[in-house]
Design a protein around this ligand. Structure first.
Ligand SMILES: NC(=O)C1=CN([C@@H]2O[C@H](COP(=O)(O)OP(=O)(O)OC[C@H]3O[C@@H](n4cnc5c(N)ncnc54)[C@H](O)[C@@H]3O)[C@@H](O)[C@H]2O)C=CC1
Ligand SMILES: [Mg+2]
Length: 316
């Protein structure tokens, strides 16, 4: 979730002169070399932009004037800014610090800020100023792994791999971690191709596993989704770095073998059920729909809805 900004800088809605104990217009006059950084001047620079929840967001990357500021002056300025935000009734502060200005993290932490998250070039710290415990939303809680159950209906064979670098060599479906902004089906198709050389197309979503404290998820929970894919190439050319073995296996053999993971065995049985009784019994298919507020599109996954239910207007 991303804190959004309502238009206009905070400066525009503040009574300017005298409010922080400095004259209006000092910002423009004080830019450039030789500026004296007293606490009100730093606080003025830090005032940030309001968000629609009553918080304020400060992007240090936009404040080039702070480039040469030392950590101690930053701390006294931030302290003055916090007083100002409190007097304005702000409920929270979001402080975005570029990695090259990380010297400001410790002074911010000493004033009560905590890490909210960090990405490659920037960290975001928050300070709750409102009543009671913080109501700020946390950052990402899960990582997403996606596997492809590539099933060839003509031969009843399923594509399986054994991972390299695993303590036990068990058969499983090829798959891996989703990339930012990547659709679930695209992850499955990409990972299957990277690991096995097999080209395929997305058909449906079959299962979702949620596991907390997954050892490979950096302390986060793991969401592992298995998709049904249809192959359109069949010659295996597997990745030697990631896989030890790769083969097209009879679905019934995968169901019988003990040398597999419980989730693979369960999904193999689900596939056999779908193959025999109709894949509509097991498939969550995907449809793209427009989002109401943002103008974006999203993917919705669910069991097929009969046409008369799609178009019905009432309960009769
Ligand atoms: N139950 C099952 O059948 C299994 C499910 N999974 C799920 O699959 C997803 C992840 O799939 P993967 O194939 O592991 O991802 P992946 O295909 O994206 O591969 C991750 C790569 O990163 C490498 N790697 C991981 N940690 C590393 C480290 N600390 N240093 C250097 N290299 C490192 C691995 O060797 C591997 O090559 C997760 O959601 C996981 O829960 C993974 C294995 C078995
Ligand atoms: Mg993998």
């Amino acid at each position: 979730m991303r804190a959004s900004r309502s238009g206009g800088a905070w400066r525009a809605v503040l009574p300017r002169a005298g409010h922080c104990g400095f004259p209006a217009g000092r910002r423009g006059a004080s830019r450039g070399p030789g500026r004296r950084w007293d606490a009100p001047a730093v606080a003025d620079e830090l005032r940030g932009e309001p968000d629609r929840f009553g918080g304020v967001s400060v992007q240090l990357a936009r404040l080039g004037a702070l480039d040469r500021l030392d950590a101690a002056s930053f701390r006294t300025g931030l302290q003055a800014a916090i007083q100002q935000w409190r007097s304005e009734g702000r409920i929270a502060v979001w402080l975005h610090i570029p990695i090259l200005q990380s010297r400001f993290i410790a002074p911010a932490a000493s004033l009560g800020f905590c890490f909210h998250h960090a990405e490659s070039n920037s960290s975001t710290l928050t300070l709750w100023l409102g009543e009671g415990p913080s109501r700020l939303p946390g950052y990402a809680t899960h990582q997403l792994g996606v596997a492809g159950a590539v099933f060839d209906e003509n031969t009843r064979k399923i594509l399986v791999v054994q991972d390299r670098n695993k303590l036990k060599n068990m058969w499983k479906f090829p798959g891996g971690l989703s990339e930012p902004g990547e659709d679930i089906g695209d992850t499955a198709v990409r990972e299957v191709f990277e690991e096995t050389g097999i080209k395929s197309e997305f058909k449906s979503l079959l299962s979702i596993r949620q596991q907390h404290a997954n050892p490979g998820a950096f302390g986060k929970s793991d969401m592992y989704i298995i998709c049904r894919l249809k192959p359109y190439s069949f010659t295996i050319n597997f990745c030697q770095h990631e896989c030890l073995r790769c083969e097209w296996m009879d679905l019934s053999d995968l169901i019988k073998t003990e040398n597999t993971t419980p989730i693979t065995s369960r999904v193999a049985r689900l596939l056999l059920y779908g193959y025999r009784e109709g894949f509509d019994k097991i498939d969550f298919t995907m449809e793209e729909l427009p989002a109401v507020y943002t103008g974006l599109f999203y993917k919705l996954y669910h069991k097929e809805l009969p046409d008369n239910y799609r178009t019905m207007t009432g309960m009769d």
